[in-house]
Ligand binder design. Structure first.
Ligand code: F6P
Length: 538
């Protein structure tokens, strides 16, 4: 951090002080063009920041913050393959997977091209029926076995872009709970079902357990052992282990330790995308992300969508005290976007020490949550409008989202724009009094109709739910996440916090199995473990 940073943060604090009693509607009253200035666009995405509590002074300070924290240089370093994942001492080259700065990485690029070409050949073979199951019939269904980054991105994309003409029906199994696999395969024909086993480490208990159970399901249905390989594909850094598990070499696709799991949908980890949607959809996704990478590399901070998204989130969380961030996509096809973004942003930036190990002096990533509009309106929006918590939000409106009934789609768009406006304008005490009095309430009781409004949020309008736009949208969130990490001084690419629970689960397993008491376990945990043992093992 440059020596100017503390001074800049002080100026931002003062700027907040000056703005804190203002209303966003008031800012529009005196500056009706603000939506033209406070917006960034790239390949079919327009991110409108004008409904944030900010003015030109704040915008300018945030742009200065980008330069003080060297955000453009940080992004160039990521793309160039510097060891931005400092604790694991390796690069995070997800941008290369879509061809960005390929000329800087000839060896990795050759490996990526080989892999893509192998994937394309296999996908074609499966779609044409040249590659079949053990009864020599073409596959009808493909099941992705993976969890976290080996599940959420492909799950989101396959659901968002699925059509009735899809070459294969896509399914996803992540949970070690046997119900997940059992319910999924319950309606499938084993002889026509293909599994893609996705695990970067090939050690993840959930995925190995599900793969073993999927194998047993196929065998119980008559799969001859020597034809197992026809029904499985693996994606992993541990290709040898996948082969030992029983998957033939030509069906094991590599990924590399320079790709983070939650940034990996652009690699063979996304194989179910072309299997389910066709190769051109996968190519469109990569193209959209590459265009957004180029935008991020070449656009000045004030017009740079992911950079301003990160800076505005920093403003919201550091100065406006927002501690949660709601993602509210107004398209059923984007229903899984919040799930994907939860891992991307909270596993990346849910940290408490800086890259050098010092404690953070302010909060790191906000809790991210959300769901498809308009269903959330009939659930938690009450808290957004009248609760006491402070939050930031992204309202996402695709202009074209499917070709379904126009009247219904118009209703959906009306709700998206209405909620964005309602979050800003609220309902004044005068208007609340009128409503209350017309219903016979006294002065005091009329307060229940007040809605404070003035909630800063972004409105993201995207051309369509298309592969290109989705590629750009995801890349924008990826880069926003990284920029926020740089602003916070943390490493976005490790996840040490998730290991502890896995270690303790290994310690608890014997207790569940035998009921033997392990002295290192606290009495409350032991009591629940013994209850489970009693219920299941005796
Ligand atoms: O437990 C967290 C995690 O390591 C994620 O970071 C990762 O995306 C997920 O597990 C799955 O890991 P793998 O692909 O190695 O099975």
């Amino acid at each position: 951090m440059s020596i100017d940073a503390p001074a800049l943060h002080e100026r931002l604090r003062e700027a907040h002080g000056a703005l804190s009693h203002q209303r966003i509607t008031g800012l529009f009253d005196t500056d009706s063009d603000r939506h033209e200035r406070y917006q960034c666009h790239s390949n079919g995405l327009v991110v409108d920041f004008s409904k944030h509590l900010l003015n030109d002074h704040v915008w300018q300070l945030l742009v200065e913050l980008a330069s003080v924290h060297a955000l453009p240089e940080a992004f160039a370093a990521l793309v160039a393959g510097h060891s931005v994942n400092t604790s694991e001492r390796r690069p995070a080259l997800h941008t290369l997977l879509r061809g960005t700065a390929a000329e800087q990485h000839p060896d990795h690029t050759a490996a990526i091209r080989d892999t893509l070409s192998g994937m394309a050949t296999l996908v074609t073979g499966i779609h044409t029926g040249a590659e079949t199951g053990w009864t020599d019939q073409a596959f009808t269904d493909v099941v992705n076995l993976g969890i976290g980054g080996s599940d959420l991105g492909p799950r989101f994309i396959c659901d968002a872009l699925s059509t009735s003409e899809a070459p294969l029906r896509a399914h996803f199994v992540a949970n070690i709970d046997p119900e997940d696999l059992d319910r999924t395969v319950g309606t499938l024909d084993p002889s026509r079902t293909l599994f893609v086993m996705c695990s970067k480490s090939f050690t993840t208990e959930e995925t190995l357990s599900n793969a073993d159970r999927a194998k047993a399901w196929l065998q119980a249905a008559g799969l001859p052992p020597h034809r197992l390989g026809q029904h499985f594909i693996a994606v992993t850094t541990q290709v040898n282990r996948a082969q030992q598990w029983g998957i033939p070499a030509e069906r094991c696709f590599p990924i590399w330790d320079w790709v983070g799991g939650r940034y990996s949908l652009w690699s063979a980890m996304g194989l179910i995308i072309p299997l389910a949607l066709g190769w051109s959809a996968f190519e469109g996704l990569l193209r959209g992300a590459r265009t957004l990478d180029h935008h991020t590399l070449t656009t000045e901070p004030s017009k740079n969508a992911p950079m301003m998204m990160a800076l505005l989130e920093f403003w919201q969380t550091r100065y406006l005290n927002a501690n949660t961030h709601a993602v509210l996509p107004y398209a059923q096809t984007l229903q899984h976007l919040p799930d994907f973004l939860q891992q991307l942003t909270m596993e990346s930036n849910g940290k408490r020490v800086s890259t050098t190990g010092g404690p953070l002096t302010s909060d790191s990533a906000p809790v991210l949550w959300g769901s498809a509009g308009t269903t959330g309106q009939h659930s938690y929006y009450q808290l957004l409008h009248q609760g006491t918590r402070s939050f930031s939000a992204d309202i996402i409106l695709p202009l074209i989202s499917g070709r379904g009934d126009l009247t219904a789609r118009r209703g959906l768009a009306a709700h998206a724009l209405a909620q964005s406006r309602a979050l800003m304008v609220g309902r004044s005490p005068e208007a609340a009094r009128q409503i209350g009095q017309s219903r016979g309430f006294n002065e005091q009781e009329c307060h229940q109709f007040e809605i404070p409004g003035n909630h800063s949020h972004s409105l993201i309008v995207m051309d369509a739910v298309s592969p290109e736009c989705l590629g750009g949208l995801i890349a924008a969130y990826e880069h926003k996440t990284y920029f926020l990490a740089v602003l916070l001084g943390i490493n976005a690419f490790d996840q040490w916090g998730v290991e502890l629970g896995k270690e303790i689960a290994t310690e608890i397993q014997p207790l569940l199995e035998t009921g033997a008491t392990a002295s290192a376990i606290d009495p409350a945990t032991r009591q629940a473990a013994l209850a489970w043992h009693e219920a299941n093992m005796t």
